[in-house]
Design a protein around this ligand. Structure first.
Ligand code: NAG
Length: 256
């Protein structure tokens, strides 16, 4: 009986701790969204790319499958895995082939390729390219999604396990060199410019990592949050606003 009661208690408290967010619905439909350095970008199911301008998701001419914005600039990949970087106002092709990229690190780039191999690019290589011909550093391991913040990068592997790379800096984008497992299970994960971490699991539920600080970069636990009426598809956070794409493609701007 005691066992049943405590199981009941665990379940009930999990629900009690789900935070219902205050969100407004934006015009448009997306499949992926990224917010950073005050900008918001995304792509839709047709691989059309958008930048939020005056509160309107405005289509740009370069088709992209994944689009990221942050302190490292604007970076995207198309459906042939070619990489594009915004330079002097235009998207120019960047060396390499990746399926997912992230510009959220401190002027470093990061991403994974079609075989889940992991790459990053140091500040010098990112900013001075094309003067150096191989901007990418390969990391050990395999991830399907990888995102960087000011001092750590977080990723998820094909089995939805969660991994953190600590001690990442603009000259050492590979960090400590060893991925450390973090309890939990997620399908995608995003680190914000302020270091906070959000993700969505296989069940389309939204989570935030609680307790992240510079001295404890992996935080303490996951908190479930609700932004969509039903299920969540993609998430990104910047400057106090959580941007969420719901499973139906609708876009929600939430304050937390
Ligand atoms: C992706 O970009 C490359 C390089 O510009 C281009 O050759 C290719 O056709 C693009 N793929 C798609 C699907 O647009």
């Amino acid at each position: 009986m005691k066992v049943y009661l405590s199981i009941l208690l665990v379940f009930c408290c999990k629900f009690l701790h789900t935070l219902a967010l205050d969100c407004s619905v934006m015009n448009g439909k997306l499949k992926q969204i990224d917010a950073g350095s005050g900008s918001v970008v995304g792509v839709n199911n047709l691989n059309e790319a958008f930048v939020l301008i005056d509160n309107v998701f405005t289509k740009i001419s370069t088709p992209l499958k994944h689009f990221s914005v942050g302190p490292a600039g604007q970076l995207g990949v198309n459906s042939s895995f070619n990489i594009f970087k915004l330079k002097s106002g235009s998207f120019v092709q960047f060396p390499g082939l990746l399926k997912q990229v992230d510009a959220g690190g401190d002027q470093i780039l990061a991403g994974v390729n079609m075989n889940d191999q992991i790459y990053c690019s140091n500040m010098d290589a990112n900013n001075n390219w094309p003067s150096c011909n191989s901007p990418w550093v390969k990391l050990n391991g395999w991830l399907k999604y990888y995102s960087c913040g000011p001092y750590s990068c977080w990723g998820v592997s094909a089995d939805d396990k969660i991994w953190i790379m600590k001690d990442v800096s603009n000259n050492v984008c590979s960090g400590s060199g060893t991925f450390v497992n973090v309890a939990g299970s997620l399908s995608m994960i995003e680190v914000a410019t302020d270091g906070s971490v959000f993700g969505i699991n296989f069940n389309k539920k939204l989570y935030r990592r609680i307790g992240i600080t510079r001295s404890n970069p992996s935080g303490t636990h996951w908190q479930m949050m609700n932004a969509c009426p039903n299920d969540h598809k993609h998430v990104s956070f910047d400057l106090g606003v959580l941007w969420v794409v719901c499973v139906d493609g609708s876009i929600r701007k939430c304050t937390i």
